[in-house]
Design a protein around this ligand. Structure first.
Ligand SMILES: CCCCCCCCCC/C=C\C/C=C/C(=O)SCCNC(=O)CCNC(=O)[C@H](O)C(C)(C)COP(=O)(O)OP(=O)(O)OC[C@H]1O[C@@H](n2cnc3c(N)ncnc32)[C@H](O)[C@@H]1OP(=O)(O)O
Ligand SMILES: Cc1cc2nc3c(=O)[nH]c(=O)nc-3n(C[C@H](O)[C@H](O)[C@H](O)COP(=O)(O)OP(=O)(O)OC[C@H]3O[C@@H](n4cnc5c(N)ncnc54)[C@H](O)[C@@H]3O)c2cc1C
Length: 616
């Protein structure tokens, strides 16, 4: 499987290169590469073994290396002359970066670093492509000078001979084993023993080790985390895509499949006529659109921040970090759970490999773990919200994406309930700020009672997580509201299109309201009549969006090859394709399977003989 994936990935990368040269000659714009990665990834159901090379190895060289280091390594990596990965996670550590055990000791006598993974738990474990594909990696290690720890640093390390692909001396490298998905990616392990690299193999754009061993600290240590921020931004885009693919499949299947009359004596309707089926499918279509828009915003913010960081302006890093964390978590959680809901909406056929929903789930699900495990990133955002709440209490301004927190903090009570979009959005934001305030009270009480900040974060973890989750909802819903209601290009939309968008906004806001009704009722008094009115609106907007469901998913414009699903093909010939896929199963090559003579027949005969004996 891995070699097939590599073959496909290389073919697709070559195609991408020719497209890039045709549409972006000589351009350094990496987004065609990303689109290519998106396309490559979508075309290789078992995952793209070059993803981490494209998304992390080449970018780390460009963003963390000096111009000279880019010339030496980065240009060759961008041109796919060398293939690398990002080797940070270890067998024993993934989240707690300050606990990473791999070490780089500077030898000023030879102006080299001596790299070691001192214990089994220090082995790098998980990096994509590391097992068999890559001949280089970015090796993340704790830097030591005269045995004094200086923090994390990144090193360009060649792990295999460029001609023979043999592992180099001192390198122990291989595949970590079968996974629940992405089995074409050959995630690998890497052990290094007294492996020496020249001083200039340490990426030194932001921090340096001089020939005499003097250490020049980075002005902002967190800039070494930048490669992860980028992938978190990409995950938001990628996972909204996975959800859109699954929503397309389930929608198309739901207007082909007929089952269970709604009126006695009437013909069986398309299953999408059932209200409960609409509630399973249509909100996922809208969620895919909502996150695609949020991911696009985040990508723009990433570009602006990356340019600023290149100019040594680190001012926007904290806001990008906070947003990248919360959108990576929200998109990966909601897409993973949403894809499973869509699979279940397709009944038994949703469980067939030919439907491809299982594989889309297996591609989407690990994003809840890689690039920062979601519950850890929720806590990270919770900590940032605590810091920002202290700013609010001190009367200081907050970063733009958190400005609503300041506004809501000034409200002594929630205004008269109207049920309007603005009211629903403000309710989610108001509940978020109420949760932040409660979390801060718990956290602060713990710190005041002499708990360390780390311990206070841990023991306030449930409230911090809730506040972070509601912050994500507030940001995403607010972004969608602005795009639909206040977009500068709103006048260019036809009235019909604007109406569809407004129906999608109505559905998103009401769906989020009901999902967090408990959180909202904690801070806002809403009557049963007001809630029932929203229940009616939910049923009504599902009915309104039903006729547009296919058109909206067609607009995602996934080629049948990308969906790779007998349930979701554009022509709707589901049963023919299911049957065609079934007949291709190896067990159908013979009428009588080999195991009949070898196992089944003797087994049944033995039982029959025993039955006869017991009657005698
Ligand atoms: C569209 C095309 C296709 C796209 C495909 C995309 C999919 C990708 C496919 C490839 C598949 C897999 C690739 C996977 C790769 C990996 O998984 S790489 C390894 C990822 N590992 C992690 O993410 C580790 C998680 N842990 C952390 O990030 C940190 O340990 C954590 C943030 C949890 C804690 O940070 P610490 O420094 O340890 O401690 P803390 O006190 O919390 O933070 C101190 C300080 O620093 C600030 N901070 C932390 N992180 C960042 C950051 N990234 N950027 C900026 N600032 C950061 C934090 O807010 C604190 O600031 P303060 O002001 O001092 O409070
Ligand atoms: C498909 C895939 C691809 C990957 N690709 C790469 C790659 O290319 N390069 C790379 O370096 N890594 C890669 N990784 C590794 C990934 O980054 C780590 O798995 C991730 O960072 C989590 O670390 P961990 O697995 O060690 O879990 P741990 O850090 O051990 O966490 C395990 C669990 O403990 C809990 N936990 C941990 N810390 C805390 C905390 N502070 N507070 C509360 N609970 C906590 C959480 O529930 C967490 O799920 C990949 C992983 C996967 C699944």
């Amino acid at each position: 499987m891995a070699s097939m994936s590599v073959k496909h990935a290389i073919a697709a990368a070559k195609k991408l290169r020719s497209l890039q040269e045709r549409f972006n000659p000589g351009g350094s714009d990496i987004y065609p590469a990303l689109m290519g990665d998106e396309a490559i990834t979508a075309l290789i159901p078992s995952g793209n073994p070059l993803s981490v090379h494209i998304l992390m190895f080449t970018r780390a060289l460009r963003e963390q290396g000096t111009d000279e280091q880019y010339e030496k390594f980065g240009r060759r990596a961008d041109n796919n002359e060398i293939i690398g990965t990002f080797a940070q996670t270890e067998l024993g550590h993934g989240t707690y970066l300050r606990g990473l055990e791999a070490r780089a000791d500077y030898d000023r006598g030879t102006e080299e670093f001596v790299l070691n993974t001192p214990k089994l738990s220090s082995y790098k474990w998980w990096p994509g492509g590391l097992g068999q594909t890559c001949n280089y990696c970015i090796f993340v290690a704790q830097l030591y000078i005269d045995n004094e720890a200086k923090g994390m640093a990144m090193f360009v390390v060649q792990i295999r001979d460029e001609e023979t692909h043999m592992p180099l001396p001192g390198v122990h490298v291989g595949e970590i084993g079968k996974k629940m998905g992405l089995n074409g990616v050959n995630n690998g392990f890497l052990g290094l023993k007294d492996y020496r690299v020249p001083r200039l193999n340490m990426l030194m754009r932001h921090q340096q080790v001089l020939p005499d061993g003097r250490f020049v600290k980075s002005p902002v240590s967190q800039v070494s985390y930048f490669p992860m921020v980028f992938v978190r931004c990409m995950v938001a885009r990628q996972n909204s895509n996975y959800l859109a693919q699954a929503a397309t499949i389930a929608t198309r299947y739901s207007v082909i499949r007929r089952q269970s009359p709604i009126e006695e004596g009437q013909p069986e309707p398309k299953i999408l006529e059932h209200l409960t089926q609409q509630m399973k499918v249509i909100p996922e279509i809208v969620t895919a659109v909502v996150y695609r828009l949020a991911a696009a915003n985040l990508q723009n913010m990433y570009n602006e921040t990356a340019e600023a960081v290149y100019r040594k302006d680190f001012s926007r890093l904290p806001e990008l970090h906070a947003l990248a964390c919360i959108l990576k978590v929200a998109t990966s959680y909601d897409s993973t759970y949403g894809i499973e809901r869509l699979r279940q909406a397709c009944g038994g056929h949703g469980y067939l490999t030919a439907g491809n929903l299982g594989n889309i789930f297996a591609m989407a699900a690990p994003a809840c773990t890689y690039e920062g495990e979601n519950s850890v990133l929720y806590l990270q955002v919770g900590k940032i919200l605590m810091k920002n709440w202290s700013q609010v209490l001190a009367g200081r301004e907050l970063m733009p994406s958190m400005a609503y927190i300041s506004e809501c903090s000034k409200m002594t009570s929630f205004p008269q309930w109207t049920g309007s979009w603005e009211c629903l959005l403000k309710a989610i934001q108001y509940a978020c700020v109420g949760s932040i305030r409660l979390a801060f009270q718990s956290y602060n009480a713990r710190v005041q009672s002499a708990q360390s900040q780390t311990a206070a974060v841990n023991y306030s973890g449930l409230e911090l997580t809730k506040a972070a989750e509601l912050h994500g909802r507030s940001y995403v819903a607010g972004n969608f509201y602005q795009q639909i209601v206040n977009s500068p290009n709103k006048h260019q939309r036809s009235p019909q299109f604007q109406k569809v968008l407004e129906n999608m906004l109505e559905l998103h806001l009401i769906q989020i309201f009901f999902r967090h009704l408990g959180d909202i009722l904690r801070f806002i008094r809403i009557t049963e009549d007001e809630i029932s009115a929203l229940q009616r609106r939910l049923e009504e907007v599902l009915k309104e969006l039903r006729p547009d469901a296919v058109a909206i998913t067609d607009a995602f414009d996934f080629n049948d090859k990308i969906l790779s699903s007998a349930l979701g093909c554009y022509d709707g010939n589901v049963y023919e394709r299911l049957f065609e896929a079934a007949l291709k199963h190896p067990l159908n090559r013979k009428s009588v399977p080999d195991f009949f003579e070898a196992h089944l027949k003797p087994f049944m005969k033995e039982n029959a003989d025993n039955a006869k004996k017991s009657k005698l």
